[in-house]
Design a protein around this ligand. Structure first.
Ligand code: AMP
Ligand code: MG
Length: 533
């Protein structure tokens, strides 16, 4: 048997067990005609084959989770299957039906317009994982768009999914990034300059891709039967520890998971950019990587998304409130299933409490405090004020804070020197700005001495475990895109590898921990991103 045959066999032996399509009602129309789909959770849809699939990158951890070895992942059949050119045995390809609020307005039916799920595979741990091809061609939900994705946005989704996972942030995963060998036309900045770009398909992997909008759509149509089926199947498949049909308990758990998720985003400085209700996962996973960005200087008002520039609805500092607003829409969707709406309000309250407690616990860890104490709110607020007095790289600041001495006698220079790499404008860190930081660092040191982790090495170890050295900096992603578009995927692969260990120092890889260079300050793709993808 040739290596190629063995690889084909491997993908045909993926243990598919397609619960979503087996348990929920299908759209009876098998065609790809764009349409409204009612009384159905999904439409069967086949990926449209592409000209010349070539695997650019694959995730070793996701491959292992699915039981795929290196020979399989580097085979031609892997590229064929994960570009959508060959359907492996046991798959039951479909596009899901959902709606959503976009930028606060109800948008009606949206659905998987360019994502086609192959089905669910049982992973090494016995969990179901849906394999979904993003950019696999048109579906009944494509509306006026082409069903495709460009290499640029696919690299961003592939790398960020894996980076988030290794940071410990709940997220959908990515198995593969396959270039299609076809061009896709996009107008990157929506300014009347459409250009052909290389196309790609990412295979996303998650226990479920069900969104808040999945429930909103049948609720908006008064289709209580479908709504109830969606809730029942979601509980049965993804929340099996809950009582069958217990909508209130489901809602509460979604609220709690969402609170935990947002605490993580605030910790690592991730700004999703398009927190529409169709982009919120019922499992509390980060989902749909589009014009997201990573906070560089600590600016709570920053949004990476140019479409959001007007109101900055999705800015970093507003993510906790926006998630709450989205949960309120989910509560409205669940309401027809409940006689008593009080548990929905209780779930929303639980979100606030859990977010608050999670934020405190997270900041105590980041700052080397053993627990949250009286007065810590003011201390953290004072830190935020200092961080906004000049441009400060927040990743470097928090990482290097663990290297700042906490002894009572430390002089100003000893306090500030470990943070020198964090200043975007070092000359500004003088006078009142420097005094502000010194005062805060002294009060922080005092607080560490009073109820913090006293041992320097232990404190540093604990702070380093929650303050990453490496995140997917916006400009690094863009550099990887530039070289991949020019034919060299080396930087994509190197970044993937660096981001597998974001909390390790990784000597020799300082370049990937550096603050944003000046050339990237106003460059498209680095500081400004559009939804064009
Ligand atoms: P997003 O803003 O990426 O969450 O997408 C919103 C909706 O637009 C979803 O229903 C997507 O499936 C759909 N969509 C986005 N891009 C495309 C595309 N190129 N082709 C078809 N549908 C798309
Ligand atoms: Mg979406």
């Amino acid at each position: 048997m040739t290596q190629l045959d063995r690889a084909a066999l491997a993908l045909d032996q993926l243990p598919f067990d397609n619960r979503f399509t087996a348990l929920l009602p299908a759209d009876p129309d098998p065609s790809n005609r764009r349409r409204q789909v009612e009384h159905a959770a999904y439409s069967r849809a086949a990926p449209t084959p592409v000209a010349a699939p070539r695997t650019v990158a694959w995730s070793p951890e996701v491959a292992e989770l699915l039981g795929l070895d290196e020979a399989t992942c580097t085979s031609d059949d892997f590229a064929q299957v994960f570009a959508g050119n060959r359907i492996p045995s046991g798959a039951d390809p479909f596009a899901a039906c959902y709606g959503g609020h976009q930028f606060g307005n109800w948008a009606g039916q949206l659905g998987d317009g360019r994502a086609i799920a192959l089905g669910e595979v049982v992973d090494r741990d016995g969990r179901h994982q849906t394999l979904q091809l993003k950019g696999a061609g048109p579906t009944p939900y494509s509306r006026t768009a082409d069903g495709r994705a460009v290499l640029r946005s696919s690299i961003r989704e592939f790398l960020c999914s894996e980076a988030m996972h290794h940071l410990g942030v709940p997220t959908t995963r990515a198995l593969s990034l396959v270039a299609t060998g076809e061009a896709v036309v996009r107008d990157v900045m929506y300014d009347g300059n459409p250009e052909p770009e290389p196309g790609a398909v990412v295979c996303r992997v998650a226990p479920s891709f069900t969104r808040f909008g999945t429930f909103q759509l049948p609720a908006s149509r008064g289709d209580t039967d479908l709504l109830r089926q969606l809730v029942d199947v979601t509980i049965r498949t993804d929340f099996p520890h809950l009582e069958p049909g217990d909508t209130a308990a489901l809602f509460r758990e979604v609220c709690e998971r969402t609170a935990d998720l947002v605490v993580h985003w605030m910790r690592v400085g991730f700004v999703h950019g398009v927190l529409n209700t169709d982009n919120l996962s019922i499992l509390g996973l980060t989902i749909d990587y589009g014009p997201y960005g990573w906070l560089e200087d600590f600016d709570p008002g920053w949004t990476p998304n140019t479409t959001d520039a007007g109101t900055r609805r999705y800015r970093y500092g507003q993510q906790p409130q926006v998630a709450h607003w989205n949960l309120l829409q989910l509560a409205n969707a669940f309401a027809p299933l409940l006689d008593d709406h009080e548990p929905l309000q209780a779930g929303l309250d639980a979100y606030g409490e859990r977010y608050h407690a999670g934020f405190q616990a997270m900041f105590a860890e980041r700052l080397g405090w053993a627990s949250w104490q009286e007065g810590d709110d003011e201390r953290v607020q004072a830190l935020f004020t200092a961080l906004q007095s000049t441009e400060v790289d927040q990743v470097i600041f928090f990482r290097h804070l663990a290297r700042v001495p906490v002894a009572a006698g430390a002089d100003d220079a000893a306090l500030l020197t470990p943070l020198a790499d964090a200043w975007y404008a070092p000359d500004d860190v003088a006078g009142a700005v420097a005094d502000g930081f010194v005062a805060w660092l002294r009060s922080w040191g005092e607080r560490v001495r009073d109820g913090g982790v006293a041992d320097d090495a232990e404190r540093r170890r604990r702070m380093d475990a929650v303050n990453p050295r490496f995140v997917l900096r916006n400009y690094l992603a863009q550099e990887a895109i530039d070289s991949a578009e020019a034919g060299d995927p080396g930087l994509v692969l190197e970044l993937l590898d660096v981001l597998r260990h974001p909390y390790d120092d990784q000597p020799g890889r300082d370049r990937f921990a550096a603050r944003r260079p000046e050339w990237a300050r106003h460059r498209v793709g680095c500081s400004m991103l559009s939804c064009s993808s």
